[in-house]
Structure formats: C-alpha cells, structure tokens
Ligand binder design. Structure first.
Ligand SMILES: Cc1cc2nc3c(=O)[nH]c(=O)nc-3n(C[C@H](O)[C@H](O)[C@H](O)COP(=O)(O)OP(=O)(O)OC[C@H]3O[C@@H](n4cnc5c(N)ncnc54)[C@H](O)[C@@H]3O)c2cc1C
Length: 444
C-alpha cells in the first residue's frame, strides 16, 4: 500500500530585521513572538532566528518602526513558483484530501438511539427518538439500532424493536446497575469503536446531556444539544436545527468532517412512534471491559424526589391551559385551574408569569422551561415570543386567547380568540360544565 501523498503547505515566509530601522522600542517584537524566535541584543535590537520562526508575522505587526518584514527562503520561493505554475496539481491535492475524508466518513454507518432507563424502565424520550431515528435511517438507507445499557435490561430490546429499532446493542452487567458517567461513557465509546455508527441520538435529559457531552469529548466529534429538528442532507450529513442567540434565530448545525454525528433532543419534541408489539429485531450482546474497581464513583443509596412539590409533569399532559403576563396576578391562575380541571389537564405558564412568582418554575413552557406536545394547548394572555413558541408549537391544537389581534401567538394558533381572557376563560369553563351536565342528564 502506498502512503497517502501529504498536501504541500504553502510557505508562510520568515521574519527579518531591516538594517538601521530598529528604534529599540522595548522588545515588542520579542513579546509578540509565540515561539521565542526573537532574542534581544544589549542595544535592545532583535536577532530573529529564522530556523525557529514560523512566519506568523506577529512581530511585523507590532513593530512601530516597520523595521521587520517577511521574506521567503530560496526553497520557499521555489515551492511558491511551482504551486503558481501547476495550479492543477494543487487542486489534485485538495481532491485527494476530500477523497481521504470521504473514505473516513464512509466507515461509519447506522443510526443509533441511546435508550435511557432507570431500574429497567425506559424513558419515553428514547422511543420518541426511535421514531425520528427511523426516518433518518430511511433517508440514509441504513439500519436503526437501539443501545441498551444496564442491569437486567434485556426486555428493553423487544420494546425497542416495537418502536422501530432493527438491532439492539445490549450491554447487561451489574456494573451498569446505576447510571455513572464513567461506566456508561466507556461502554458507549467501546460500542462506537467496534460498530462505527453514523448518527447517535440521546434524550436531552439530565442523564442524556451528561453522557452525550462526555462521549462526544472522548470521540472528538461534534454534538448539538436540544435539537428541535433533525434531517439528512444530500451528503449524508445530519442537519441539526435548534434555537440560537436566545431563541431569536433557528440555526441548522452540521458536523461534516467528523463521525459519529451526535445530537440530543428534549422529551416531547419528537412525536411518539406507533408501537408495533411483536415486531422482531436482532439482539447483539456485547461485553465491555469495565470493572467495578475501575469506577471511582460509587452509588451508596438512591433517594427519590422528596421535594414535596405537586409532582405535576406538564410535559406529559394532554391538555394544558397556560397563562402569561396577561393574567395580571397570581390569584387569577385559579381561573385557569378551573378550566384545566374541566378538561382533565394541567396549568402551565410563560416565563413572565414564572418570573413574577405567579407559578412555579416547573410549570414554565418554552426554551428554558419544558417542551410540551399536548392534544390541546390553550394560551391565555401570552404574546407568543419565540422562546415560548419553541416549547409548545408542536401541540396538536393550539387555542390562543389574547386581546391584541397582532400578537404573534396567533401565527401558530389553530383557533384564535381576540378578547379579554377574564371574560372568555370563565365562559369556556361554564360552557364545558353545561355540556357535561347535559350529557349526564341524557345518560340518566
Ligand atoms: C434566553 C431566553 C429564554 C427564554 N425562555 C423562555 C421560556 O422558556 N418560556 C417563555 O415563556 N418565555 C421565555 N423567555 C421570555 C420571552 O422572550 C417572553 O418575554 C415571554 O414569553 C413573554 O411572556 P408573556 O407572553 O406572558 O408576556 P407578554 O409578552 O408581556 O405578553 C402578555 C400578553 O398578554 C396579553 N394580554 C394582556 N391582558 C390581557 C387580557 N386581559 N386578555 C387577553 N390578553 C391579554 C397581551 O396582549 C400580551 O400579548 C425567554 C427569554 C430569553 C431571552
């Protein structure tokens, strides 16, 4: 096998002192040199070691007397002349580089979803990601695999197949009983090195964020956190869309020179795929060289959440009645609660309402709150800032109540009601009660 031809570097030149021009300014050139190529004489004039000089030209830029300039050695001049004469050869080298990159990237195939589990129960986001992963794998013409790590978690392979996985890489060992970054990191990296996936998706949960960052760092690849959209371009790159600059723009990020391409996605951002019980797939059992004694962190006890909060998960709710600054006061949220109770739903809030102390932070919907995808989202007195929209715009039906007909929330609303929420919300609640009462009468 022949060694791949190294591309010829364009010479950068070397610095040299022009005779009689130095004004002994105080060794600025010496301080600027990043490679210590400048020595000062007793007369405070520089001596530049051209063998050490890397041609960065920093000394040239700082010299107040234009006493230093760049020059090219005869060898460098020859290279420059050759490059200029054979423009075709230079581009051939670039092509060679492109071919080598394409070859390196082609070694990676397959879309993986990391299945997050606690005590053998999978996080719903993992199945949501399998739904999106199926789409990506289809676009890439490759297989979709689930990565399952834990203790006694083999049953999750079949669950993964029912949500669309073709293969499940299973690492089942007591050392993975509780999540610990080091152990899981080693397991995932071991699998990646063996099977080389093209794409890895993880939930943007506490665990997923921790693991994805660690894995991407070790594998020296790119990671886009909190993606709201994922697609494949015509060069097999994963187009990872997420809000950027405080949510004012949507950025599409690509990792076109490194593999695997890694992304995290928050729960409820992607649609839950249909479950196909009994769907079959291939289980690949893997053992990783991770020993308990090599893991520094020990889990002594797992203490459940005893925060005493109501424990309402707005992210999983099917009906959400959300209030914003238009509610004017904390006590007015009782009116939203009444409507939510009639619907069997929960109350959410915009950040303004949370910042005002009207609702607890775990009820916040949006970029810095929860992403929700209910059947019905009723936005009351919420203007519809982009940071709020990114957290709820994928709801099946959006009903917006706002007295400002120009409010941006109406742009995403399925139904918009322009008016005073203090009249409209109680009226809807009353109507629902009447309807229910009417139905009960009919049944009686
Ligand atoms: C980095 C960053 C992250 C952010 N993250 C989030 C986030 O996660 N979630 C979030 O929500 N925001 C977030 N924000 C804040 C966001 O930009 C907006 O400031 C916020 O969403 C506005 O909340 P609001 O719609 O309740 O208030 P406003 O924008 O003040 O809107 C109040 C609305 O109520 C209407 N109204 C008033 N009275 C009535 C009435 N009687 N009847 C009907 N309508 C009425 C008004 O017409 C108005 O449209 C973030 C901002 C930044 C910079």
């Amino acid at each position: 096998m022949t060694e791949p031809k190294k591309p010829i570097k364009k010479p950068r030149g070397r610095a040299c002192l022009l005779e009689g021009k130095c004004i002994a300014c105080g060794a600025r050139c010496q301080s600027a040199c990043p490679v210590n190529a400048v020595e000062m004489t007793e007369a405070n004039e520089p001596i530049i070691d051209t063998g050490t000089c890397i041609g960065c030209a920093k000394c040239v830029k700082v010299c107040p007397a234009q006493a230093i300039e760049m020059f090219f050695t005869p060898e460098e001049q020859k290279i420059l002349a050759n490059l200029a004469a054979v423009g075709g050869a230079a581009s051939e080298e670039v092509d060679e580089e492109a071919v080598a990159l394409a070859k390196a990237l082609a070694a990676y195939r397959g879309v993986w979803v990391f299945v997050e589990q606690t005590a053998g129960e999978a996080a719903r986001v993992s199945w949501e990601l399998l739904g999106k992963g199926r789409e990506l794998a289809g676009a890439l013409g490759t297989e979709l695999a689930a990565v399952i790590i834990g203790e006694n978690v083999a049953h999750l392979c079949h669950e993964a197949f029912s949500y669309g996985a073709d293969t499940a890489y299973l690492v089942d060992d007591p050392v993975y009983r509780h999540y610990r970054t080091e152990a899981y990191l080693k397991a995932v990296c071991h699998l990646v090195e063996r099977h080389k996936p093209e794409v890895i998706l993880m939930g943007a949960t506490g665990l997923g964020r921790d693991l994805a960052g660690a894995v991407a760092t070790v594998l020296k690849t790119g990671l886009t956190a909190d993606c709201t959209g994922l697609a494949i371009d015509d060069k097999r790159n994963l187009m990872q869309t997420r809000p950027a600059f405080g949510g004012n723009i949507m950025a599409t990020i690509m990792c076109d020179r490194f593999r695997p391409q890694m992304a995290t996605v928050r729960p409820h951002v992607m649609a839950m795929p249909e479950c196909q019980p009994g769907r079959a797939g291939k289980v690949v059992r893997e053992s990783c060289p991770v020993r308990e004694e090599d893991i520094l962190v020990k889990v002594l006890e797992v203490i459940g959440d005893r925060s005493g909060k109501e424990g309402i998960d707005i992210a999983g709710a099917e009906f959400i009645v959300s209030g914003g600054r238009g509610l004017m006061a904390k006590e007015n949220f009782a009116m939203l609660q009444e409507l939510a109770d009639e619907l069997g739903g929960v109350v959410g809030a915009s950040r303004s309402a949370v910042d005002a102390g009207w609702m607890p932070a775990e009820r916040q919907v949006g970029q810095t709150g929860k992403t929700v995808r209910p059947k019905v989202y009723i936005a009351c007195g919420i203007s519809g800032a982009i940071q709020h929209l990114v957290g709820m715009q994928d709801s099946d039906t959006i009903i917006a109540i706002n007295r400002d007909r120009e409010a941006p929330i109406f742009e995403v609303a399925t139904y918009g009601i322009v008016g005073d929420l203090f009249q409209i919300v109680p009226a809807i609640t009353r109507r629902l009660r009447d309807l229910k009462a009417g139905q009960q009468k009919k049944v009686a």
